[in-house]
Design a protein around this ligand. Structure first.
Ligand code: NAP
Length: 319
């Protein structure tokens, strides 16, 4: 297939492009930052500069390159630190998920592109009641926190716009797999505490496994939603000490909810204490997806342990 990857220069895009090419696909890869053309070309794709928020440019890029499929992996989350002003921190990504998605879908319609896959998110979105692990059929949180209202709405918009158009929205877990992953600095410095009882459940996914699932969704997925997460959703109190150990950091501190709310805001408290995880059963069943890192336990080791005291880390991961 001739595949148009929006966001080819990003964390998931750079893993996805080589996997698509290895499966015999031809890739047009978009980038935004000057200087990323060579990066995309080196991955084996035809690079084009594109601002997804410029609908006319999106239309032209899609009509000119004549793809058979489109994958939307554009986000703007570099240097994400301020969870207190959650919607403000996610504002640009929210635009990419709403305006960017709509521009790509309109261009796809006009160009007769019938395969469309877009990046969505799984953790902290499902209703904060009932079981700890949710399927795609379970309801999303009907009462999102005020601080996250725009971000939640943008993800919902993407899910609905894409699936209503016959496409696929992939609700990924928290990405990890590079030394630059967002949460590492905070964990290393001891700024990522266990809040309250640490009962919030996170679902993670290694970037290589996320890319593999994306290729399969593109090739054989049905219109709708797929959770793309690993086999082991886990409470913060379980995974965070392991990550700290793998990184060679001190064990995480425990802080009460009121303190975390004051310092980091409602969203951080909710994620640390109430968030639900996601099930990958549908993706495995329908896509035939097999994970290289079925649990963050192996994945964290593979991604980060080379820079730390491996013996210590292995002991903790295995226990
Ligand atoms: N599920 C998750 O946990 C999740 C989801 C998203 C991101 N993240 C993490 O957040 C960190 C930062 O990610 P990021 O989103 O900033 O960057 P990223 O993943 O490195 O890149 C996102 C992609 O979107 C492109 N892009 C950005 N703004 C655009 C625009 N206006 N129009 C078209 N394309 C645009 C970028 O292009 P250029 O690179 O050329 O600018 C890049 O190709 C990474 O560590 C990533 O793993 C996690």
């Amino acid at each position: 297939m001739r595949v148009f990857v929006a966001g080819a220069s990003g964390a998931i895009g750079t893993r996805l492009v080589p996997q698509l090419i290895a499966r015999g696909h031809e890739v047009i890869g978009t980038f935004r930052s000057p200087g990323n053309a060579e990066r995309v070309r080196a991955l084996g794709a035809e690079p084009i500069a594109l601002d997804l928020l410029d609908a006319r440019a999106v239309r032209k890029a899609v009509l000119d390159t004549k793809p058979e499929a489109i994958v939307h992996q554009a986000t703007a989350l570099a240097n994400l630190r301020d969870f207190k002003h959650f919607d403000r921190s996610f504002a640009q990504t929210n635009r990419l998920r709403t305006e960017g998605t709509d521009a790509l879908l309109a261009a796809a319609r006009e160009a007769g592109v019938h395969r469309f896959v877009a990046q969505s998110f799984a953790s902290a979105r499902y209703a904060r009641v009932g079981g700890a692990v949710k399927t795609e059929d379970d309801p999303l949180d009907p009462t999102p926190l005020a601080a996250m209202r725009e971000t939640t709405a943008a993800m919902r918009h993407l899910d609905e716009a894409v699936t209503n158009a016959g496409g696929i929205a992939l609700r990924y877990g928290g990405f990890y797999g590079t030394p630059k992953d967002g949460m590492l600095e905070a964990v290393r410095k001891g700024f990522f505490p266990i809040v309250g009882d640490g009962g919030g459940v996170f679902s993670f996914i290694h970037l290589d496994d996320a890319a593999a699932a994306t290729v399969l969704a593109l090739e054989r997925g049905r219109a709708g939603i797929y959770n793309i997460v690993d086999d082991e959703p886990a409470q913060v109190r379980e995974w965070l000490p392991v990550l700290a150990s793998v990184l060679g950091a001190k064990p995480p501190r425990h802080v009460p909810r009121w303190f975390a709310r004051l310092i980091a805001g409602d969203a951080a408290v909710m994620m640390g204490t109430e968030s639900r995880g996601a099930s990958n059963a549908k993706a495995k069943r329908e896509l035939g997806w097999m994970l290289r890192y079925p649990s963050w336990r192996q994945g964290f080791m593979a991604a980060y342990a080379s820079t730390t005291r491996q013996t210590d880390a292995r002991l903790i991961v295995a226990s």
